[in-house]
Design a protein around this ligand. Structure first.
Ligand SMILES: [Mg+2]
Length: 343
């Protein structure tokens, strides 16, 4: 390996494939809203000596990509989490690319205090005026909250420079993935600096594999990285990647049930610095959870605690025999990939 990223499962011997397969439950969870084109989220939960872990790579992901997710789930269930430095994780609220008039209604759905709001921008079919109006509505509704935007790579470089210049008045915490490519992020950041506009740039979609944050840092493409435990191969590996990147990190979920959110919370709890609100509030996008009491925020804060799936819910959410077989084969393939990568 070219980079000095630690091995999967902390270099320790994995539990046997048989042990892994004997302790898995496959679930299918209907979503409240379509997300990434997904209406039903399929996920595998493992129960090991250290607790529970969630394995939920999207169905189209390759074995190579999914193997990191398996390493993360096995770490959660068999190794447990590294030492935490905090027990409460600040989360942001999210305003989708709605009309400005709908903003109070969206924000009204959050319980308690809101300190940080992520506003989606650069939606296809909308204009910069729509985005600015939405931001203004949030700022008026919550004058004390800090704002950030997420373009999901939807702007061209010119559009990003124009838009982020126009948004200077909102003193954004950062702008997430204004354009698609890592090189594009670097150029947008440089052009903004030339204009003396210092809105921090965050890389999200550009960070998928463990090598990516190091590339982002090397190119000076971003000031902040958005990270997820599962695609980076677990909490320990993600911590090492953040340390090596030298950039502040924001922890986000990969659209998992509360078991996976617990792993994200463990990562956020162990980071030496956590300067921004995290994106671990996605359980509310699902119609059901795998645990009885979901791991959700109150007053913008998620309290870290153990989560244990509910047997009745696991039965309700169980997949067909055919689906079950497909997942067991997928787990087997990913497991073999992990073993090979360790040798
Ligand atoms: Mg994002």
């Amino acid at each position: 390996m070219k980079t000095s990223i630690p091995p999967f499962f902390d270099g320790q011997q994995l539990p046997s494939l048989q042990e892994v397969l004997e302790n898995v439950r496959i679930c299918s969870i209907p979503m409240n809203v379509k997300f990434r084109g997904v209406q039903v989220r399929e996920t595998a939960l493992f129960h090991g000596p250290a607790g529970w872990g969630e394995f939920a790579p999207f169905l189209e992901y390759s074995v190579e990509e999914s193997a990191a997710w398996l390493a993360s789930a096995v770490e959660s269930a068999w190794l447990g989490f590294p030492e935490a430095v905090r027990t409460e994780i600040p989360l942001n609220s999210t305003v989708p690319a709605v009309e400005a008039a709908q903003v109070p209604d969206i924000l009204g759905r959050y319980k308690g205090e809101i300190r940080e709001v992520k506003v989606k921008v650069a939606e296809t079919g909308q204009s910069l005026q729509d985005d600015v109006a939405r931001l203004r509505a949030v700022a008026q509704h919550l004058p004390a909250a800090r704002l950030k935007v997420d373009a999901n790579g939807g702007w061209s470089e010119d559009q990003a420079v124009t838009a982020l210049s126009a948004m200077e008045e909102f003193d954004l915490l950062y702008a997430e993935q204004p354009v698609e490519s890592v090189q594009g992020l670097a150029r947008v950041r440089e052009r903004l600096h030339e204009k003396k506009i210092f809105v921090p740039i965050a890389a999200d979609e550009s960070v998928r594999k463990a090598e990516d944050p190091l590339e982002v840092a090397r190119l000076g493409a971003a000031d902040v990285i958005i990270i997820k435990a599962a695609p980076l191969g677990g909490v320990r590996r993600a911590l090492a990647v953040v340390e090596r990147s030298g950039l502040p990190a924001v922890v986000s979920s990969a659209l998992e049930s509360s078991v996976g959110i617990r792993t994200g919370a463990a990562l956020a709890a162990s980071l030496p610095e956590l300067p921004f609100g995290c994106g671990l509030g996605t359980v509310t996008l699902m119609t059901q959870d795998t645990v009885e009491h979901s791991l959700v925020a109150e007053n913008g804060v998620l309290k870290v605690r153990p989560v244990v799936p509910d047997e009745k819910l696991l039965q309700i959410l169980a997949v067909s025999a055919e689906k079950n077989e497909w997942w067991r084969q997928r787990i087997t393939d990913c497991y073999r990939y992990l073993v090979d990568s360790q040798n």
